[in-house]
Design a protein around this ligand. Structure first.
Ligand SMILES: [Fe+2]
Ligand SMILES: [Fe+2]
Length: 294
């Protein structure tokens, strides 16, 4: 069945609905009961640290968006300013407080916009390049939000198995409900650009090249330290049993939008490569969730 055509209006309505349905989660709504803090820490401490940092990095993501898309339109502005940033920052603050309740260090979000983004941003003053940057931005959003959905699903069942109902019900479930809407926004935005042939063939080609060269898993910021941390998350969540299956899940949108013409490829190989690299870096570090002190 052909996919329904995505219109600008459909995206705008989606954004409005998300804003109405999901006000940012307040810190006061959280029940801070943790029954067995030691067990929660040993199983999920590292994962919570990682997600708290990544969620708090939303403020850098907004700066990146403004650098990459100097001519950002109303729908995108409403999404990041009224829906996405206010929701994500609360995810970060709530997880950061949980990690501190567990006796762990507060998150240290990485808030500097990278040199690569600045270069692409400078080039994005040229409209055809900005269109490429925009599609890359949406694909990145779809991929990272999908990873968030999958991670929160795993943590939610993990916390329930541990009997940590307060964490599952008042932290993970409310956060988990907000991520699929973010994913859908980025997916639809990317779909619309491709369906409407907003990019010329050379721009699509450039998008593919840049995507392949610059793909990063959520929160790794192209830095080995974070890649190794992400490897730890993958292992702690048990996703390393089937990395290819996970790559397929994470890469479904870009497989369809960028690589459908490639015969015999069922997910973008650079995603599996990034996953393997992360897990390897984590194992090289001795399976430690943080680098050993010098
Ligand atoms: Fe989030
Ligand atoms: Fe999100």
């Amino acid at each position: 069945m052909p996919r329904q055509k995505v219109t600008q209006q459909k995206i705008a309505e989606h954004v409005q609905r998300l804003g109405e349905l999901y006000p940012p989660i307040s810190l006061d709504s959280v029940d801070r009961t943790v029954k067995r803090p030691d067990l929660v820490t040993s199983k999920y401490g590292h994962v919570i640290d990682y997600l708290a940092r990544v969620e708090l990095e939303v403020d850098r993501n907004v700066l990146e968006l403004l650098v990459l898309l100097p001519d950002v339109d109303d729908t995108n502005r409403t999404f990041y300013a009224d829906v996405w940033q206010p929701q994500e920052i609360q995810h970060g603050l709530i997880l950061d407080r949980l990690q501190q309740d567990l006796g762990r260090q507060p998150a240290e979000p990485h808030l500097d916009v990278s040199f690569k983004i600045k270069i692409l941003g400078a080039l994005a003053n040229l409209k055809p390049i900005q269109e490429v940057a925009k599609l890359l931005y949406f694909l990145t959003g779809a991929s990272t939000e999908r990873q968030a959905v999958l991670a929160y699903n795993q943590i939610n069942s993990g916390m329930r198995e541990l009997g940590e109902d307060a964490i599952a019900e008042t932290i993970i479930t409310p956060i988990k409900q907000q991520e699929p809407g973010h994913f859908a926004f980025y997916r639809m935005s990317a779909e619309k650009m491709v369906q409407n042939n907003e990019l010329k063939p050379w721009q699509m080609f450039l998008t593919r090249v840049l995507r392949e060269k610059s793909y990063n898993l959520v929160g790794t910021n192209a830095m080995d330290r974070y890649k190794a941390d992400m490897g730890g998350v993958v292992v702690d969540l048990g996703l390393d049993d089937d990395l290819a299956g996970y790559a397929r899940e994470v890469g479904r949108v870009e497989q369809r939008l960028l690589w459908a013409h490639r015969q015999g490829m069922d997910f973008p190989p650079y995603i599996l490569k990034a996953l393997k690299e992360s897990v390897e870096l984590y194992l090289e570090r001795g399976g430690l969730t943080a680098p050993a002190p010098a």
